[in-house]
Write a protein that binds this ligand. Structure first.
Ligand SMILES: Cc1cc2nc3c(=O)[nH]c(=O)nc-3n(C[C@H](O)[C@H](O)[C@H](O)COP(=O)(O)OP(=O)(O)OC[C@H]3O[C@@H](n4cnc5c(N)ncnc54)[C@H](O)[C@@H]3O)c2cc1C
Length: 255
């Protein structure tokens, strides 16, 4: 039987109109070199929201301070009352440390649903771009596209086995490429830009979703705008920032 979440977590959830739950770690699975899947049990449907939403995890940093880290919900299993997250571990921070040491039965305070970028319900095609931290959101959002819609993925990876695939409903048009970083700087969008250059964007109405490193996302917004995508057809969110820890509230510093 899990206990109630910490009082500061409850207060934070109230301020954002979200739920606060003390979840139990159900399992962890190494997916690839750069990412671990963690399944959290408890109030899963309410925390998970809709495709595109994330949850805020309340963690202690190296100095014992309580900090928040946000992770997109990859999947939710109502029967098991579990949601899964795909957490990157190719760097050192409270989030990566937590997931690498998490064991079944551990308890963790979770706030959700969070996030303001749902799937565009009227777009004919959906282009998802970013690094591997964008993959959970991209795959969950693409799973909710009505057939016969189209999903396009351009994802930058650090190791060849980071190219994790998935399956979608029959009838969904799926195209995509994984671009290897090959030692380029984390702020350098060149790999994703070359992936974008390889695609002829379909002529009908599309929506572009850009998630990942702060500087890269900024460059990608300019690049898709140059390709003729209107501002209202672009949703973007920096998830992390090269060289800087995310702030206590879980977002990268935007200054
Ligand atoms: C709405 C939202 C959704 C998000 N969804 C996901 C998700 O699904 N999966 C996910 O992994 N992250 C996701 N993030 C990012 C996540 O919240 C953390 O910022 C990230 O995991 C790093 O946290 P940390 O505590 O491990 O490291 P931090 O303390 O934030 O950073 C420590 C150091 O690691 C570097 N670093 C951080 N992330 C990376 C990275 N991916 N690659 C290389 N270096 C890095 C930083 O530049 C810093 O130098 C999301 C963020 C937001 C705002």
């Amino acid at each position: 039987m899990t206990r109630d979440p910490d009082a500061t977590t409850v207060k934070l959830a109230e301020r954002t109109g979200a739920n606060a739950t003390r979840c139990e770690v159900a399992s962890t699975t190494r997916l690839c070199t750069s990412m671990i899947e963690i399944a959290l049990r408890g109030n899963a449907l309410a925390l998970a929201g809709v495709p595109g939403n994330d949850v805020m995890i309340r963690l202690s940093d190296a100095n014992g301070r309580l900090v928040s880290r946000r992770y997109s919900v990859r999947d939710v299993d109502a029967e098991k009352d579990e949601l899964t997250l795909w957490v990157t571990v190719d760097h050192e921070g409270p989030g990566s440390t937590w997931v690498q040491s998490a064991k079944p039965g551990d308890e963790i305070d979770v706030i959700g649903p969070r996030g303001k970028i749902p799937l565009d319900p009227v777009a004919d095609w959906h282009l998802f771009m970013g690094d591997i931290s964008a993959l959970a959101a991209a795959y969950r959002m693409a799973s909710s596209i009505d057939v016969p819609g189209r999903a396009i993925f351009i994802i930058e990876i650090d190791a060849p086995d980071d190219a994790i695939g998935t399956t979608f409903d029959e009838g969904l048009g799926v195209t995509g490429i994984f671009v290897e970083r090959r030692g380029r700087d984390l702020k350098d969008a060149a790999g994703l830009l070359s992936g974008l250059a390889a695609f002829e964007l379909p002529p009908d109405l599309g929506h572009v979703y850009l998630f990942g490193e702060f500087h890269v996302v900024r460059t990608l917004v300019a690049a898709v705008t140059d390709r003729g995508v209107a501002a209202e057809q672009i949703s973007h969110k920096p998830y992390w920032r090269s060289g800087l820890s995310n702030a206590e509230h879980g977002e990268p510093d935007k200054s």
